[in-house]
Design a protein around this ligand. Structure first.
Ligand code: MN
Length: 194
């Protein structure tokens, strides 16, 4: 049985970037539904005792993959954020160095990441992941996709499903993605990289 993760911050902590109302629907309704759906689907199935990561790598396209993928993606998404800050918010250490090495600057990296999110047609996720040699890659995944299934280590993700931003930004996906940097908890993302 999978359960809904608890958020590591207060419901209004991400405002004004993500409102408490959006969080209550996104975490409390959308993610809860994926958890409930997967538990029903897994009952008596060959995937019943596997972890989310194992299911995402082994399940064929279909309801089990979709619901497990969405739970894993949202768990990584919600736990990568921290309280809103108006201060500069950027990674430090080896992850920051690798970003500078590959993109030249943090700002250039952010621009490419946002543009991959804006350019993803329909619903899905944009990801920063690490390869085995420590190099980084930005990828787009449609629907419930997770880079883990391609052998990558997922570090950071922006959800571009409309349910992630429609209450706060309506159709303005680009504005939503640009604002998300202010609530990224880079200590968490860095911990995933090392
Ligand atoms: Mn979502």
């Amino acid at each position: 049985m999978f359960t809904l993760i608890e958020l590591p911050y207060a419901p209004a902590a991400l405002e004004p970037v993500i409102s408490a109302q959006t969080l209550s629907f996104h975490h409390g309704k959308h993610l809860q539904t994926y958890v409930d759906n997967l538990n029903k689907l897994l009952s008596g199935s060959e995937f019943e005792r596997l972890s989310l990561e194992e299911i995402v790598c082994k399940a064929p396209a279909g309801p089990v993959f979709n619901n497990a993928g969405q739970i894993l993606n949202h768990n990584l998404y919600f736990t990568q954020f921290g309280p809103y800050t108006q201060a500069a918010n950027a990674p430090e250490g080896p992850l920051a160095e690798q970003i500078r090495k590959q993109w030249g600057s943090f700002d250039t990296f952010k621009t490419e990441f946002e543009s991959k999110g804006v350019g993803l047609f329909g619903s899905g996720w944009v990801w920063l992941s690490a390869q085995a040699d420590g190099s980084l890659v930005i990828t787009q995944e449609p629907n419930a996709g997770n880079p883990l299934a391609k052998g990558l280590k997922p570090l950071l993700t922006f959800d571009v499903w409309e349910h992630a931003y429609y209450l706060d930004c309506q159709n303005r996906r680009a504005a939503h993605l640009a604002a998300l940097w202010q609530i990224v908890n880079w200590r968490e993302v860095k911990a995933r990289y090392l």
